[in-house]
Design a protein around this ligand. Structure first.
Ligand SMILES: [Zn+2]
Length: 543
């Protein structure tokens, strides 16, 4: 994909009377004030030479011009603004609307200097960088290698500036986190919540929490755990100041335990309807085996309808009262309600790595690859399951609950990054206004991470994690996809959309450039795989 020259080199325009005139002087709004601007430039003494925006390099000072802003705090769009970033911090938001500027307001606009790079955001929307609250760092799938830069680059190109890693190779994750924080790795910020082994007694559980703290973990992730162990682990985590994400499955513990022990966020959903079943256990068929994933996911499609509606409201009320947040990850179950859609997502053509493609194929040895004999009846139950589930998430927020957004990609036909954008669409389907949907993926996720004074807002003093979007995501969340959208402008069909710039910690990354690199990674991996397959064919023929 070609890098649009005007975007990467926005520094100067043809000289006017020997002066290099920054692009913003051409804005309609300011054209009327151009003489005033020229006077100002002359006073300054000489033309200012700005630096070009270079993808992956942090300029000393960055000005994003003329942006319409959707803050992450659930308020409507406003603007335009000039946003000034110095180092990794948002230092200034200058309102450019006629009321704010007054009669000779052009002079109030931040002036470029020799160390300033500029991004023209005229007609574009600027949002806080998206946070993925349920991610897994994956440099292999099913034992086959997959370069980690593949995942990092797609995340950045999808506008993701931070991820909460809830289970991967902990040592690698911590090293990647530190390199990302230093700016030496092209990746979102990483918050590491290692997944527990299965401690068998209280002492080893407490010791494990302390050792994770000593390693530098940001939190812990619980999964498949007995109640007594969960209790001591949460107790120890609270003492150590570690936050707790709980994948609450259908097991001994359910949402009541999260409420009692003080879980930070419930991941997925099972334990919530399970806590609202009057008889204490779902009506499983006698042959059901939890470790058979086809059984497990099939009958999960019946779970919400078995929850008692009144008891469910009590569960939700109690989660709100005890500040247990909810990261539902709607996207990762979507194949269960519409398998064909999941298998034929358009971005697979250019961007699906062959290692991931292989992992997605039905295989009892791969988690989430359970589509054997998946029927229209299964999909119908799942569609009803989603309706009840979505209503519950909406009820939860209306009661004051904290809803986050994460995608759990790398499983069940969900690609990194694209999965989170699909998650946003599903939050809209659940009935949330797109303004709230964006809040879920930005400020709410920052609150879940305990980073609400630094991340998730377009606000002075916050970290410079921002995205510049070609289009209005409040009108159409699909404009966020790197593959863009088709539209009609001035009577002509155009292909538009996409996150043009993802700025993480003041470092701008050009989305289309990243996706071109991802495509190269995939093309090469497919060619390598083809070569390997050829060789296997020949050796088999020789036998
Ligand atoms: Zn997960």
């Amino acid at each position: 994909m070609a890098v649009p020259r005007s975007t990467v080199h926005p520094s100067t325009r043809p000289p006017v009377h020997g002066l290099a005139v920054p692009r913003w002087a051409y804005d309609d709004h300011l054209m009327r004030r151009l003489p005033a601007f020229l006077a100002l430039a002359l006073v300054a003494g000489s033309a200012v030479a700005q630096t070009a925006v270079v993808s992956g390099t942090r300029p000393a000072r960055l000005i994003i011009r003329n942006a319409t802003v959707v803050d992450g705090n659930g308020t409507p769009a406003k603007g335009p603004f000039d946003i000034v970033v110095q180092g990794g911090t948002i230092t200034q938001l200058v309102a450019l609307d006629p009321v704010a500027l007054g009669r000779n307001g052009a002079s109030r606009r931040p002036q470029p200097d020799a160390n300033t790079a500029e991004i023209d955001a005229t007609g574009k929307y600027v949002l806080p960088g998206l946070i993925n609250a349920h991610a897994h760092l994956q440099d292999e799938r099913g034992g086959s290698a997959q370069p980690i830069e593949y995942e990092f680059k797609i995340w950045l190109a999808c506008g993701i500036t931070a991820v909460r890693d809830v289970g991967s190779d902990t040592k690698k994750a911590l090293a990647w986190r530190d390199a990302s924080n230093k700016g030496t790795l092209q990746a979102p910020r990483i918050f590491v919540y290692p997944q527990f082994g299965r401690p068998t007694n209280a002492d080893s559980a407490r010791a494990r929490v302390r050792s994770l703290k000593a390693m530098g973990a940001d939190g812990i992730k619980l999964l498949g755990i007995d109640r007594d162990i969960m209790q001591v682990m949460e107790d120890e985590a609270h003492k150590e100041g570690l936050r707790i994400a709980h994948h609450v499955g259908v097991e001994e513990t359910n949402a009541w335990d999260d409420i009692h022990f003080g879980t930070t966020s419930i991941e997925h959903w099972y334990g919530i309807p399970d806590a609202a079943i009057l008889d204490g256990v779902q009506n499983f068929p006698s042959y059901y085996n939890y470790n058979n994933e086809t059984d497990r996911f099939r009958w999960a499609g019946h779970l919400w309808r078995e929850a008692d509606p009144a008891r469910l409201q009590m569960v939700l009320d109690s989660m709100v009262a005890r500040h247990v947040a909810w990261v539902p990850t709607f996207d990762i179950y979507e194949a269960s309600r519409d398998l064909q859609r999941a298998k034929t997502q358009p971005w697979f053509t250019d961007y699906l790595h062959p290692t991931l493609e292989e992992y997605f194929k039905p295989d009892p040895a791969n988690h989430g690859s359970y589509f054997f004999g998946w029927t229209s009846t299964d999909e119908t139950f799942w569609k009803e399951n989603y309706r009840i589930w979505m209503n519950a998430v909406r009820d939860f927020e209306r009661k004051g609950g904290l809803v986050g957004a994460g995608d759990d990609a790398g499983f069940i036909y969900q690609m990194y990054g694209f999965g989170l954008l699909r998650e946003l669409e599903l939050h809209q389907e659940a009935g949330f206004n797109p303004i709230k949907v964006i809040e879920h993926a930005t400020f709410n996720n920052a609150r879940i991470l305990g980073k609400e004074t630094e991340l998730g807002r377009v606000r002075q003093g916050f970290r410079a994690d921002l995205i510049v979007v070609n289009g209005n995501p409040l009108e159409n969340l699909k404009v966020l996809y790197p593959t863009g959208v088709d539209d009609i402008k001035n009577g002509k069909p155009v292909h538009t959309g996409g996150v043009e710039w993802t700025i993480k910690d003041g470092i701008p990354y050009h989305g289309p450039t990243l996706m071109a690199e991802v495509k190269q990674i995939v093309t090469k991996a497919r060619a390598d795989r083809g070569t390997k397959a050829d060789r296997t064919d020949k050796s088999e023929r020789n036998r």
